[in-house]
Ligand binder design. Structure first.
Ligand SMILES: [Zn+2]
Length: 316
């Protein structure tokens, strides 16, 4: 049987991981190389000349004397965890097929639950910010979806206005040559025309063309200036239309994964959980490079204030 080249990638084995990133020194050297590929740059003055204080792992700028660590100003800041714990968390989170529960992270990392939970939220938060800067382009299939509700749309569902106890999100899949290329899983306030128009204006590249079912709110794509092909499907049924195959496949997988790892996702956290699925899907094609890619994602984002993660009693 032909095997899917993406699914059967090797990724990084535990022994390869330990060989490359088993010590704090190795992790520090890798992070420095990923943050400053051309060599140290002072975050205050841009100077390159520096000295390095090895015991405290601090860089001191020769021009302005500013002392900086490789963690400063990134997601890794203000954490007492060793970098090797962060690295293991990153590889577990990035390489997991769908999601890794905080409880599982706790066991694998040897930290307490709150620490594992917060670490996961910080990495998901970095993925969320990274995703937000990446518009979709080309031919795009979209569908409406909900977290916390039933998986299939029922007759009489309050589509467009938001049903109670559900968290609405838009699923979009950009395809090329009939294959999925990149996805968006974005929370929306509802499936009104205004909400869709707002999503489209912010998140789709000019010239993109959208295929959807006939939900009236999807007319917001045309309002935002995009070519839009609404496919009429039977009322109350999930479309089996070939033009929407990928968005339905991706959605099905994500719903199965979310129910598999999270007993409940609170509204407050849903955007970050979705961001994790989106990031993993969009980086799935090169598992061997997934750790440096997640590290660069985390290095590229500012530290998240703790208060944005409070109300942390979610299971996931
Ligand atoms: Zn400086």
């Amino acid at each position: 049987m032909a095997r899917n080249a993406v699914q059967f990638q090797k990724g990084m084995s535990l022994s390869a991981f330990l060989e490359r990133y088993g010590t704090e020194e190795q992790c520090h050297a890798a992070l420095v190389a990923w943050r400053w590929p051309e060599g140290f740059v002072c975050p205050r003055c841009g100077g390159r000349a520096h000295s390095f204080c090895a015991p405290r792992r601090l860089f001191q700028c020769s021009a302005c004397q500013r002392q900086t660590s490789v963690r400063a100003g990134t997601v890794f800041q203000a954490s007492k965890l060793p970098l090797r714990t962060w690295f293991l968390a990153m590889v577990l989170l990035a390489q997991s097929k769908n999601d890794i529960a905080a409880l599982e992270l706790m066991r694998q990392l040897g930290v307490n639950y709150d620490t594992a939970w917060l670490l996961k939220q910080k990495l998901l938060g970095a993925m969320l910010a990274h995703n937000a800067e990446r518009p979709l382009s080309g031919l795009i299939q979209v569908d409406d979806a909900y977290l916390g509700g039933q998986a299939t749309r029922q007759p009489g569902d309050k589509r467009g206005r938001g049903a109670p106890n559900k968290f609405p999100f838009l699923a979009a899949v950009a395809t090329r040559d009939g294959r999925p290329r990149a996805i968006h899983l974005r929370p929306v306030p509802g499936f009104t025309k205004a909400a869709i128009e707002d999503y489209a204006a912010r998140n789709l590249a000019a010239g993109s063309a959208v295929v959807s079912d006939g939900l009236s709110g999807f007319n917001g794509f045309a309002e935002a200036g995009f070519a839009h092909d609404p496919i009429k499907t039977g009322s109350g049924k999930r479309p089996s239309e070939p033009a929407l195959t990928w968005v339905n496949t991706v959605l099905g997988n994500i719903k199965a994964a979310i129910t598999g790892t999270c007993r409940a996702v609170r509204h407050h956290h849903a955007g970050r959980y979705l961001a994790g699925f989106e990031w993993r899907f969009n980086h799935r094609s090169n598992l061997a490079e997934i750790l440096p890619r997640l590290a660069r994602t985390a290095l590229g984002q500012h530290p998240t204030p703790l208060r944005s993660f409070l109300t942390a009693e979610v299971a996931g």
